[in-house]
Ligand binder design. Structure first.
Ligand code: AMP
Length: 113
């Protein structure tokens, strides 16, 4: 998607602070961190949100969830972390490219909403 900021990060048109990359997944630090450690994990192929996950693209989502624990270990999240994805307007999704926030590195709030 030419007007998608995360597709531009995948293509290298916008710089990012990468923490992990493979053929189908990219992880990079959030530009506005909400915890000591805050990175985003995205599929390289454009999926708009959780609402667009289906039988034909769910392999990459499965891959993301097997990759997150590996990245978490790599960046030193040994005491747990939180994985969040915002979806659509009510979910306050601001970037319309599926992404999973991984937050940690400190005790997080019990509140999630
Ligand atoms: P959401 O509100 O769930 O859609 O989250 C979008 C996230 O993307 C926010 O936490 C932003 O801080 C983050 N973000 C936006 N632009 C960039 C960027 N260029 N590099 C890294 N993170 C970004």
């Amino acid at each position: 998607m030419s007007d998608c900021i995360f597709c531009k990060i995948v293509n290298g048109d916008i710089p990012s602070s990468k923490v992990y990359e493979d053929d189908c997944v990219l992880a990079f630090n959030d530009i506005n961190p909400q915890a000591k450690v805050h990175f985003l994990v995205i599929p390289k192929s454009h999926i708009g949100s959780v609402d667009e996950i289906n039988e034909s693209n769910s392999n990459v989502v499965s891959h993301i969830f097997t990759t997150i624990p590996k990245i978490a270990k790599k960046v030193g999240l040994t005491n747990g972390y939180r994985v969040i994805t915002n979806c659509g307007q009510d979910g306050c999704q601001s970037v319309k490219h599926l992404h999973f926030h991984v937050l940690g590195g400190e005790q997080l709030s019990e509140k999630m909403a």
